[in-house]
Design a protein around this ligand. Structure first.
Ligand code: GTP
Ligand code: MG
Length: 476
């Protein structure tokens, strides 16, 4: 967790402080940050996506002997702290939770290791105060709580400090030093205290000093600043995720241009996994580096809270992408963690939902046709990228098709259907009596996810598959 948080601080320069314990981490952006115009959905999805990718990539470093059995996912939310004091109250609250949880869990596990059953141990601890727990640890198990590792008791802070580093050596062998900002992990008793905050120059500079200590932890006060957006009831919820800077990602990983079949198959495979994981998603449509997931109209997934829905989807997808990379690119190393951003939109009727999907499919078609012409001109005619761009400027669809036929003997409509129409994944009912392989075991299942490439703009497709939009599709 700390290594992933460090990677986040190195990736996003606007983050000035972070604090984490157990399975959670908080990242504080500087007050003046203009990152993605401060759009909450962008920030919380990118951070959670990058964190998830790094987690999977780093797993082997920390657990060389343990296999990562399934993709981890995290959910995230944004809190706008109205003042330094709110931030201070927030940090005090999180660190208090860290302390209370750790003290409780230390007692619980000592009791269990000492022979109590889990429920018995829970009962013994119910309602006990901090003092009582400290005494229990000391008297029964000879543990002085204060001597336990600081990371467990106090959590971890990460922030950047200036350190002097040798950047090179002069001809005469003397080192040339520079000041570099490096992320540093610190454990401290009271991270929201004046003393801690004011003795770190970089925190004083980036956030400002604290003038008072926190007297009383006020979780409700902090929660009142939480960005909480509940989506309108009885509407189709669409979560669209999109690869962040995939132009660069596809260059670095030498994806075939304009379409890399394996890269698209990897995206499809992750989308299928999301469908299988989040049961309220009824179908999903993807092209290039984006995927749209459609939740059933009456879904109560995370009580329709936008940030939770978008973050958990993007996080699971990102973890899966990294986990499955080797399966699709056995010869290629994943050079850096990919990240996806996510947003969520509600559509009030299936007609408008289908308009949305048509928009995405038209986009797929326009981009693919353009990119096919562009790369043929570059690859086969030796044009520079700007020449190819100039050549295609203002051309209509018909002209592009003619160019492909006349110059390159390519019938656009004969190109791979996945490139032209994108991919749709949805649940299909199966014959009840037909056993099939699922997650390694043979079982009778009522439905499975299939991937198709088809025209979703024409009504014929939807008429032929009425169950896709039927919110009451039974989930077995
Ligand atoms: P942001 O989404 O704004 O962060 O930028 P982006 O670089 O991801 O661009 P955008 O999402 O608009 O477009 C996706 C980009 O991914 C394309 O422009 C391509 O450069 C790249 N890409 C997606 N699929 C493929 C592929 O199959 N092959 C190759 N070579 N590139 C691809
Ligand atoms: Mg993108």
């Amino acid at each position: 967790m700390n290594a992933c948080a460090t990677a986040i601080l190195e990736e996003y320069p606007d983050i000035v402080f972070s604090y984490g314990f157990s399975d959670e981490y908080s990242f504080v952006f500087k007050k003046t940050s203009k990152f993605y115009q401060r759009r909450a959905s962008k920030l919380l999805s990118l951070i959670v996506s990058f964190f998830s990718s790094v987690y999977v990539m780093k797993w082997k470093e920390y657990f060389p002997e343990k296999e990562l059995k399934y993709p981890p996912s995290f959910h995230s939310r944004a809190i706008g702290c109205a003042s330094k004091e709110v931030l201070q109250a927030y940090l005090a609250w999180r660190q208090n939770d860290c302390h209370l949880n750790n003290l409780h869990d230390t007692c619980l596990w000592m009791l269990i290791k000492g022979g109590e059953s889990e429920s018995e141990a829970q009962k013994l601890l119910k309602g006990t105060q901090k003092q009582h727990k400290n005494e229990l640890l000391f008297q029964k198990f000879h543990i002085n709580y204060k001597n336990l590792p600081a990371m467990y008791r106090q959590g971890s802070c990460i922030f950047k400090t200036e350190v002097e580093e040798n950047v090179k050596y002069n001809e005469n062998g003397t080192p040339v030093k520079r000041l570099r900002r490096k992320a540093r992990i610190v454990h401290s008793e009271n991270i929201a205290g004046k003393k801690f905050w004011n003795e770190h120059l970089s925190l004083l500079k980036e956030v400002g000093g604290f003038t008072e200590d926190v007297e009383k932890i006020k979780p409700e006060f902090v929660r009142s600043f939480q960005f909480e957006n509940k989506l309108m009831p009885s509407t189709w919820i669409v979560i669209r995720i999109d690869g962040c800077h995939f132009h660069r990602f596809s260059e670095v990983h030498e994806f075939e241009k304009p379409n890399d079949k394996q890269a698209l198959n990897l995206m499809n495979s992750c989308a299928v996994a999301v469908l299988e994981e989040i049961q309220d998603i009824i179908f999903t449509y993807g092209v290039s580096d984006e995927y749209s997931f459609v939740l059933k109209k009456d879904s109560q997934f995370y009580q329709r809270r936008a940030s939770e829905i978008v973050s958990v989807t993007v996080s699971f997808f990102s973890s899966m992408y990294v986990m499955k990379w080797k399966e699709f690119f056995p010869q290629k190393e994943l050079k850096y963690p990919p990240s996806f951003d996510g947003r969520v939109v509600c559509y009030p009727s299936s007609k408008i939902l289908l308009d949305y999907l048509a928009w995405r499919q038209v986009d797929c078609h326009i981009n693919n046709q353009y990119n096919t012409c562009f790369w043929m001109l570059v690859k086969k005619k030796g044009k520079s990228k700007s020449e190819a761009q100039h050549y295609l400027k203002g051309t209509q669809a018909q002209e592009k098709n003619e160019l492909l036929i006349k110059e390159f003997g390519i019938d656009y409509n004969e190109l791979e259907i996945m490139f032209r129409q994108g991919s749709l994944a949805f649940w299909q009912k199966e014959d009840k009596n037909m056993p099939h392989e699922s997650k390694g075991s043979v079982q009778n299942s009522h439905k499975k996810v299939i991937v198709e490439h088809c025209d979703i703009i024409k009504p014929n497709f939807w008429e032929a598959h009425p169950s896709i939009l039927d919110e009451n599709l039974p989930i077995s």
